[in-house]
Design a binder for this molecule. Structure first.
Ligand code: ADP
Ligand code: MG
Length: 596
């Protein structure tokens, strides 16, 4: 007796539903993408009880005639492709023709649609995949689909639904993402009476961003645009100030399809490099464009993942383009977190590093010449800081003030030491605090990396350093790396080596200690391994060489530190990604003191 039977259509659709609609948010995604494919300019989404009770999506797209509407709820019925070849070139979001049938198989679905408002429309009711009724009704152009009691007939699936707030958050994320990808379409998401997303569909990216994110976030975004071979990227990047502990603020589109990609995230994060500490993730809104033959989108049932034909090139391209934008925006024009350039620098990306230097100078000059940016302007009048009420910090010493005045005459801003750890200064719009150690680390690191001013010293009496077998092994394997960054040493027999030269500015005792620390760093295991060893050595040397918290700086030293910090490429963070400075704007202070 045969045991194999053909599954009936409804069962097949219920199984497929498990792949296509896992939860309300995936249902919403399919329905909204259908609306986008139908050319809708306005899409409204209503949820009841996190979508468990009801999901309704209303669009003003082309609609369907009666025959198409009936076909649409059948499996593998699609108007979008005719044969497999079309898949490759499909520019629509859907193409498998299984979403509607899958959703209909596991819910009570009502579809109302009309092509022409003058002619009658169609209303179809489906329950658990079975068509219950087909009527002719008057309806506006477009499609209105409501999905009630999702998974009512598949109790196993129902169990996997999460709490209502979690489902709502998922739907909100999907709608937000699609709204970001389609600024020309108006999206409105309501959960019961609560409006969660509302974009106007003006087509303007910046307006759309402002309709979705808070002003505090928007202020920290800047555009990115660039090409790398066949890859083109446009979008927005966030400054390090709004980085988060998770990747919740990353939105990727490939040829206008929303997708998720570890590769894209990893490449972009690599581009941010030391701008971000470990485990902080940037805001990214990236529209990737690639010729369709260079990608394979048909790898995942819900099409959330893509496969690039040449992953390495895509990876390189992303780093190149994003780095260009970061160099032009974060490092040159906004080295204080709150500063926003009034004259947006050239959106074109610099082609080479040398060009970048020129751009920095250019941007700095631009900034300097506008009154809008007091940051680069020097303070000439000798007003007393904190003239506004409130507790003033401990007054600087006479000596400090005297030195500061001299420094000022030489054209530096007023700088005050705080706890022998921070340097504080005031410009016309903000109070800025610099961490002297982190700032110095950044300066030294940049110098070390540029290789031009690594100052080495030959020791009067070469040092003999005893090493463990493990340390000797490291010297054996990585010695060239150490020589590369200016150390000179040779074997002394047994387990000792002779150190002949090392970096300037260290006492003999410190040099030995530093050398051993570098060996330890080279022998490090675990997470540290992910960073290039030379890079790690430079960071460590910069850290050791930098002034410490608690070191008292003279006014000249402080002024020089600030000046040098300004000249670095990434003044906002130290090489480990910690901030070198924080700023409190005048407006923020006024709010604190209830002056506003
Ligand atoms: P796919 O999107 O993969 O083609 P679906 O099951 O999602 O498959 O939809 C099946 C077909 O129903 C689509 O190809 C389209 O022709 C039609 N359709 C679905 N939703 C809409 C809509 N909102 N407006 C117009 N046509 C729609
Ligand atoms: Mg679809």
């Amino acid at each position: 007796m045969g045991k194999i039977i053909r599954l009936d259509e409804v069962t097949i659709n219920q199984i497929a539903a498990g792949e296509v609609v896992e939860r309300p948010s995936s249902g919403v995604k399919e329905l909204v993408e259908n609306a986008l494919d139908a050319g809708a300019k306005k899409i409204e989404i209503y949820l009841t009880n996190g979508g468990r009770q009801k999901i309704q999506v209303v669009d003003d797209g082309v609609g369907m005639d009666r025959e198409d509407a009936l076909l649409a709820v059948e499996r593998h019925a699609t108007s979008k492709i005719r044969e497999f070849q079309d898949l490759q070139n499909s520019s629509t979001l859907g193409f498998r023709g299984e979403a509607l049938a899958s959703i209909a198989a596991v819910s009570r679905l009502t579809l109302q649609t009309a092509v022409d408002p003058a002619a009658p429309g169609t209303k179809i009711r489906v329950e658990g995949g079975e068509i219950q009724a087909v009527e002719t009704v008057g309806a506006p152009r477009g499609t209105n689909i409501s999905v009630e009691n999702l998974f009512f007939n598949t109790p196993a699936r129902l169990k996997f639904m999460r709490s209502i707030p979690a489902e709502v958050a998922n739907v909100k994320e999907i709608v937000t993402s699609l709204a970001l990808g389609y600024p020309e379409v108006s999206f409105r998401l309501l959960h019961q009476e609560m409006k969660l997303v509302h974009t106007m569909g003006t087509g303007d990216y910046e307006q759309t961003l402002e309709q979705i994110f808070s002003p505090a976030i928007c202020r920290e975004l800047f555009p990115v645009a660039g090409d790398y071979g066949p890859l083109r990227i446009t979008g927005f990047l966030g400054r390090p100030t709004i980085a988060r502990g998770n990747r919740g603020q990353q939105y990727f589109f490939l040829n206008r399809r929303f997708f998720r990609s570890r590769l894209v995230a990893a490449a972009a994060e690599r581009a941010y490099d030391t701008l971000l500490p470990v485990a902080r993730f940037p805001f990214l809104l990236l529209n990737l464009e690639l010729p369709p033959e260079l990608v394979d989108i048909n790898v995942h049932p819900t099409k959330m993942e893509v496969k690039f034909r040449d992953e390495k090139e895509v990876f390189r391209g992303i780093i190149h383009i994003i780095r260009g934008a970061l160099e032009a925006n974060v490092t040159a024009t906004s080295w204080r977190p709150q500063y926003r350039p009034t004259t947006v620098p050239d959106r074109e990306q610099p082609a080479a590093a040398g060009l970048f230097e020129a751009k920095v100078e250019e941007a700095a000059a631009q900034v300097e010449s506008t009154q809008a940016s007091p940051f680069f302007a020097t303070v000439r009048e000798s007003a007393v800081p904190f003239s506004a009420g409130g507790p003033a910090p401990a007054p600087p010493t006479e000596e400090w003030l005297a030195e500061t005045v001299t420094a000022q005459e030489e054209g530096s801003p007023r700088i005050f030491p705080l706890f022998d750890t921070y340097l504080l200064w005031e410009d016309a719009t903000a109070l800025v605090l610099v961490d002297q150690h982190a700032a110095h680390e950044r300066i030294l690191y940049d110098r070390l990396r540029s290789g031009s001013t690594v100052k080495m010293q030959y020791f009067l009496a070469p040092l003999t350093v005893e090493l463990s077998p493990a340390q000797l092994q490291i010297i054996h394997e990585e010695g060239d790396l150490l020589r590369d960054i200016g150390w000179e040493f040779e074997a002394f027999g047994g387990e000792a080596i002779i150190l002949r030269a090392g970096p300037l500015d260290f006492s003999v005792a410190e040099v030995e200690d530093l050398f051993l620390s570098l060996l330890n760093e080279l022998g490090a295991t675990g997470e540290a391994r992910q960073v290039d060893p030379k890079e790690r050595l430079l960071r460590l040397m910069a850290c050791r060489q930098a002034v410490k918290a608690g070191d008292r700086l003279s006014a000249q030293e402080a002024a020089a530190l600030i000046r040098d910090l300004r000249r670095t490429k990434v003044p906002q963070t130290c090489p480990h990604g910690r901030p070198t400075m924080v700023a409190i704007t005048k407006t923020e202070l006024e709010k604190m003191f209830k002056r506003r």
